[in-house]
Design a protein around this ligand. Structure first.
Ligand code: FAD
Length: 399
């Protein structure tokens, strides 16, 4: 090759369980949720009315459990710790756990130790203390790890992922680059503030696409004989994590573990909990600017907080005014986000760009996606694209 770009992605973590020792040869009834075949296996288990056991209380495990429950499946979600997504949602995770139970999911906290097979097929997950969770299919959702074995085999520098500099070039190489889930941007210069602290790949599609764009543009410029400026340090923005499920809303971003009673210069933490009505909100500010948020069961407040977080905006002095967005009056009074608000986080497309595309004649989600790339990642913004289209035609008909 002249140039080699490694984009080997990540692989699912195989949990240490008795009866599971080879990720490539899982027993019948046990699978990951990575590709279409995995999804088809879950669909088949649902069609056979088997109980689905999902192991892992992270965002992927919860989304899988909710999707299976929405299809009418009997689902048990097994997680360690007090509540699913506790690390990201803090106390809000308890509110989420209640919402999962209301959605028909059996939520079980415990440390799993092994799997049991009956006639060679998965039949139960064994937990510490002797308990068992019976089921016909086990979905493993215990996180992912960058696939670095190819790079390791070539003696490239790796840590969590394949180590690359700001230009995405593998450290110490001339013609090898890495992007996406397998790449860890960590230039190795001790004075580089952007490359100290947590540099592990975020495992999200948006940053990988940005890297693909960056590299593609740099290669194209080079081939065209144009000067290529060295890329600056990566902008490490805290990811906004949105649970994609119907009827269960949870969103989190930034620093979320700050304690409301901590006294520190500039720090203010506001928490509102209403477990009885399935609502929880936490706002962390530094010098008035929103630096962290958790919102469960409050979709409008969550959307507004995400907007303020992404703009690094100051919060209103009266934080409680944001909570009313999810009240009956707030729903009526809420204004739609402006054109500069991000609509598709994966591809970094604003609402204004989608509005322009619709005004230019695109009248379906696939058409808007083809024209703007909005909605081509996780798909979580399809409803928003649809609402832009509907709003456009409602206004057109009215006028
Ligand atoms: C179920 C699921 C839901 C997700 N939901 C979201 C979400 O809502 N939002 C979000 O931002 N992200 C989400 N992600 C994560 C997102 O899919 C990844 O961040 C993204 O796919 C990473 O892209 P990539 O190109 O780096 O790697 P991948 O998409 O994993 O592609 C890597 C490719 O390289 C191939 N490969 C690996 N090694 C070799 C080799 N030695 N030789 C040849 N080929 C090789 C693999 O087979 C694979 O085709 C989700 C992932 C999953 C599995």
């Amino acid at each position: 090759y002249d140039r080699l770009v490694l984009a080997t992605g990540s692989r699912p973590v195989l949990p240490r369980l008795d009866g599971l020792d080879d990720a490539d040869r899982l027993p019948p009834g046990v699978g990951f949720l990575r590709d279409l075949d995995d999804a088809r296996a879950v669909t088949a288990a649902l069609a056979a009315q088997q109980r689905i056991v999902v192991l892992g209380g992270g965002i992927l495990g919860i989304e899988a459990a909710l999707a299976a429950a929405e299809e009418g499946g009997r689902v048990t979600l097994v997680h360690s710790g007090r509540s699913p997504m506790e690390r990201l949602l803090g106390e809000g995770a308890r509110v989420l756990a209640a919402a999962l139970t209301r959605a028909g999911i059996t939520v079980v906290a415990g440390t799993s130790t092994g799997i049991r097979l009956t006639d060679g097929r998965f039949s139960a997950l064994a937990l510490e203390g002797g308990a068992r969770v019976e089921g016909g299919a086990l979905v493993l959702a215990c996180g992912v790890r960058p696939r670095t074995e190819l790079a390791d085999g070539c003696d490239l520098a790796t840590a969590d992922g394949i180590l690359v500099d700001h230009d995405l070039r593998a450290l110490g190489t001339g013609g090898v680059w890495a992007i996406g889930d397998c790449a860890e941007v960590c230039c190795g210069v001790s004075t580089c503030a952007a490359c100290t602290g947590g540099t592990a790949p975020p495992g999200l599609i948006g940053p990988g696409w940005q890297q693909a764009d960056q590299l593609g543009l740099a290669f194209a410029a080079e081939l065209a004989g144009l000067p290529v400026a060295a890329a600056g340090p990566p902008e490490r923005r805290d990811a906004v994590l949105v649970l994609k499920a119907r009827g269960v809303d949870a969103v989190t971003a930034g620093e979320t573990d700050a304690d409301p009673w901590t006294v520190a210069p500039g720090l203010a933490v506001a928490v509102w909990a209403d477990p009885g009505h399935g609502r929880y909100a936490k706002m962390v500010t530094r010098d008035g600017v929103l630096t962290g948020l958790v919102c469960v069961g409050m979709p409008r407040t969550g959307a507004e907080l995400v907007l303020l977080f992404e703009r690094r905006s100051e919060l209103p002095a009266d934080r409680s005014s944001l909570l009313s967005l999810d009240s009956a009056e707030g729903v009526l009074a809420a204004l739609p986000p402006g054109p500069d608000a991000t609509l598709c986080r994966c591809a970094g497309v604003t609402r204004g760009t989608v509005q322009e595309s619709v005004a230019g004649g695109c009248s379906s989600v696939p058409e808007v996606s083809a024209g703007t790339r909005a909605g081509t990642g996780c798909g979580g913004c399809h409803d928003d694209i649809r609402s832009v289209i509907e709003h456009h035609f409602a206004v057109a008909v009215a006028s």
